[in-house]
Design a protein around this ligand. Sequence first.
Ligand code: NAD
Length: 274
Amino acid sequence: MNIQLKTQGIAATRLLAGKVSLVTGSTSGIGLGIARALAAAGSVVVLNGLGAQPEIAKTRKQIEAEFGVGVGYSAADMTSREAIAEMIATAVASHGRLDILVNNAGIQHVAPLEQFPVEKWDAILSINLSSAFHTTRLALPAMRQNRFGRIINIASAHGLVASPFKAAYVAAKHGVVGLTRVTALETAEDGITCNAICPGYVYTPLVEAQIDGQAKAHGISREQVIHDVLLAQQPNKRFATVEELGALTVFLASDAAASITGVALPVDGGWTAH
Ligand code: NAD
């Protein structure tokens, strides 16, 4: 009994051995946490995102050493459909397969509608929504050929509900949830699933960047911003962690989640239960 449990434990930690994963926007925050979790589960991982090259090279080496899997990197800019096409083609050619695609790259801008910079609208729609359309359409042929695929879109609680001053972000994330459902329907008979994870607030550089701005705007302290502004809607009053999102992604990528598709799963401490 003990031996069996122990064996199951070992198997569970390498649940994704032999798989190849690509995570967009994985040089930081949630994407990096998800890439680490996939690597810990035994998957080869291709990282993507902006950042200083020495720092990215260090991250790759760290993940490789810690988890004993290959870690690649693509510098593809998610605003460029040509760069995205090259990234997917290279990933498939290098590894002969692409099993798990995590669409995570995203940016934020907060402004009232009348003052919302038009170029920010275009950039947010392009990085947060259109890039997922391009990666998905380009990854599907390899997934269909293997009759296995897992597409996991990192949407947001803002893919389910709105907040003021986030027009582009809320529109893009609602779009990601719609794209998730369509992808699930079109792939359901081919061993492929597509789901959206909808986090509330997770403490990452993207959120850190909002704290000082909000403190200035409201004339309050950072602590007040965290508790009274950011977590005001989040009933459990705590940030979700990148490790929690990594564990959920590994589960959705595993065989155990084969029947879960087309779902937009809130990880928001109860926010969207209001
Ligand atoms: P982050 O700023 O820490 O990371 C964003 C990642 O996207 C980075 O790796 C960055 O290099 C990459 N990126 C940005 N622009 C890019 C481009 N043009 N091309 C390629 N890569 C690009 O942010 P995060 O908080 O980890 O957010 C990750 C995702 O999670 C985003 O889609 C975000 O909307 C979503 N999300 C975050 C939270 C939160 O509270 N942090 C909540 C809900 C959803």
